[in-house]
Design a protein around this ligand. Structure first.
Ligand SMILES: [Zn+2]
Length: 67
């Protein structure tokens, strides 16, 4: 089960004790079954690839400076 707050767009597995939004306290929560597919994942991998690429580039530059 996942919760989606319609007021502050909070998303999480947990809700408050009375079923309210833990972020803003609103009761305007939509309950839904977990669907991880709806969140786009490639952005995370793109970020990792970018960091690795930059690390490689910096290592290459440092290697050229040292030698
Ligand atoms: Zn909220």
């Amino acid at each position: 089960m996942a919760y989606l707050c319609k007021d502050c767009s909070y998303r999480g597995i947990k809700s408050g004790q009375l079923g309210e939004c833990p972020a803003c306290g609103s009761r305007n929560l939509a309950r839904r079954t977990l669907t991880f597919q709806e969140q786009p994942r490639p952005t995370k991998w793109r970020l990792v690839a970018l960091v690795v690429l930059w690390g490689f580039l910096i290592a290459l530059i440092i290697g050229k400076i040292v030698h």
